[in-house]
Design a protein around this ligand. Structure first.
Ligand SMILES: Cc1cc2nc3c(=O)[nH]c(=O)nc-3n(C[C@H](O)[C@H](O)[C@H](O)COP(=O)(O)OP(=O)(O)OC[C@H]3O[C@@H](n4cnc5c(N)ncnc54)[C@H](O)[C@@H]3O)c2cc1C
Length: 477
């Protein structure tokens, strides 16, 4: 049996581990944060792109279209929220109409199904909130929206259920090449492996250089967003893009799978760990968003966030053997979320070419089911509450998430350990009050489960404690 170490558990590492877990390899996933899906995978536009943006002939083009083709089936098997909405790219001038022609010819060359250019009037007939200034639009029926962290968690959970070992809170600090295989130095001791997969996102350049000479630079590039209350959720029915520029795909207006609306992102070079949201970034997004969809009510914004793209100077995904036994899945910028399953297939092909011999397991798990109380009918709810009264206690009132679902998140194959870990598994705190109501109760449940004081519970990454001490310190008699 070969042992394969996957460094990083965002959607790229999770997809690789998921697909490899169908074989008889020994897999260890090494992740520096205290949860999976805690890097770029949790902060992006959540679009499964159709695949007309990448230049024909690139890895991005091939893997985007194939990844998007696979997404619907994986989401069905692993019970991940996904909706095929289709997308529009808007043209506001004759010059931009030429860009649509170029994107349409990319679509044809890349094998994107169901793409066509329509008039501005037709676009407004289908999407009445679009600006009067829209002259034409490229429609692509295969684009969709997804819950990006659930996609990653579902694939990572399935890998774990198939026997993969997950090391959380474990940072890779060095890699030594052995006569056969590698010694990976981590904050929790050494791990040896026959093969290494570098899926470390914005840190993939640093991990590459631990095993091989430098061949590319990662250029971290931030994107900021507005998230809106559900009252804005129906403003548009599909993903609305503008024409891409040298800075990327531009600002989009899109529904989310949870029924909200998002507007963003911009593209600003930044430090790899810069998740700040700035007033200037937000005003840029508002102006750009209003050009496509003028009527969005910014008074209904409930949150802002930022994510960092692992852009690189290679101009394409970097998917190749850096040295025998060491595979880079590096510089996985957008459309990395859409491409993840196809990147994983290519990873397996490259490892096999490099000498990996393995065979498919007969009894691998490839399905997952979750209880989602808010989506159930009255009868179904009644049965569920009878079977366990914890499903009858609604903890998150905005999103109708019950104590039973929170407890499921704590008992899942990769149990939630933090407030945001619970949020990523069952959607608590995603609504209008942003966790103001349910947060304290979830902290109590987490503290009880892990047998620690409430002041030890973290919001998200290690060190993000929520409570620092008692406010009144017991001094008031
Ligand atoms: C603003 C923005 C919008 C985007 N929109 C879309 C979109 O709509 N559609 C789309 O397809 N793509 C989109 N993307 C791209 C997509 O989000 C990424 O391609 C994808 O999430 C990358 O996943 P990853 O697993 O490679 O990286 P990450 O999710 O960042 O995972 C890397 C993991 O490696 C871990 N790690 C790093 N260093 C170490 C170490 N030393 N030891 C152990 N672990 C380590 C990190 O903690 C992290 O968990 C967008 C990206 C951004 C930023």
């Amino acid at each position: 049996l070969s042992k394969i170490a996957v460094i990083g558990c965002g959607v790229t590492g999770a997809a690789a581990a998921y697909k490899l877990s169908m074989y008889d390899d020994e897999i260890v996933i090494i992740e520096k944060e205290n949860d999976v899906a805690d890097g770029t995978t949790k902060a992006n536009s959540a679009i499964i792109h159709a695949g007309y943006d990448p230049e024909p002939g690139t890895l991005m083009a091939k893997l985007n279209v194939e990844g998007t083709r696979q997404a619907e089936e994986i989401c069905r098997k692993l019970d991940v929220p996904y909706r095929r909405t289709g997308s529009y790219v808007l043209a506001f001038s004759a010059e931009e109409e030429k860009v649509l022609e170029r994107l349409l010819s990319n679509a044809e060359a890349n094998g994107v199904p169901g793409a066509e250019i329509i008039t501005g009037e037709e676009a407004r007939r289908r999407e009445p909130a679009l600006s009067e200034d829209v002259k034409a639009a490229l429609w692509a029926q295969s684009a969709g929206i997804i819950n990006p962290w659930e996609y990653c968690i579902a694939m990572a959970e399935t890998a774990v259920r198939n026997g993969a070992e997950l090391m959380l809170d474990t940072e890779v600090t060095g890699i030594e090449r052995l006569e056969k295989g590698f010694r990976i130095k981590t904050s929790k001791g050494d791990v040896t492996a026959d093969y290494v997969i570098n899926a470390a996102g914005v840190d993939s350049g640093r991990i590459h250089e631990m095993a091989a000479p430098k061949t590319f630079n990662i250029v971290p590039t931030k994107g900021e967003y507005y998230v809106f209350d559900k009252e804005e959720g129906d403003r548009v029915g599909a993903v609305i893009f503008q024409c891409p520029t040298s800075r990327g795909k531009g600002v989009l207006v899109s529904p989310t799978v949870d029924g909200n609306l998002i507007v963003g992102p911009n593209a600003v070079p930044c430090d790899a760990d810069d998740l700040s949201v700035t007033a200037s970034g937000l005003s840029e997004i508002r102006a750009a968003g209003a050009k496509s969809v003028p009527g969005v009510n910014y008074g209904a914004a409930i949150r802002n966030f930022a994510g960092v793209r692992a852009n690189s100077d290679a101009g394409d995904f970097i998917i190749s053997m850096a040295c025998p036994g060491f595979l880079d899945l590096a510089g996985i910028c957008s459309p990395g979320l859409s491409s993840a399953p196809a990147i994983a297939d290519m990873a397996i092909e490259l490892l096999e070419k490099d000498g990996l011999v393995h065979k498919k397991k007969e009894n691998a798990v490839d399905s997952r089911r979750k209880i989602r109380f808010r989506e159930m009918g009255f009868k179904e709810r009644e049965e569920l509450v009878k079977s366990d009264p914890a499903y009858g206690r609604v903890i998150c009132r905005c999103e109708t998430v019950t104590e039973g679902e929170i407890r499921d998140a704590l008992e899942s194959p990769i149990p939630a350990r933090t407030l945001d870990g619970v949020k990523r598994r069952c959607g608590t705190g995603m609504g209008r009050c942003q966790g103001g109501f349910c947060g304290p109760r979830i902290v109590e449940i987490l503290a009880e489960k892990y047998g620690v004081g409430e002041d030890m519970i973290e919001k998200d990454r290690t060190g993000s404690r929520i409570l620092t001490g008692e406010t009144k310190g017991g001094s008031v008699k």
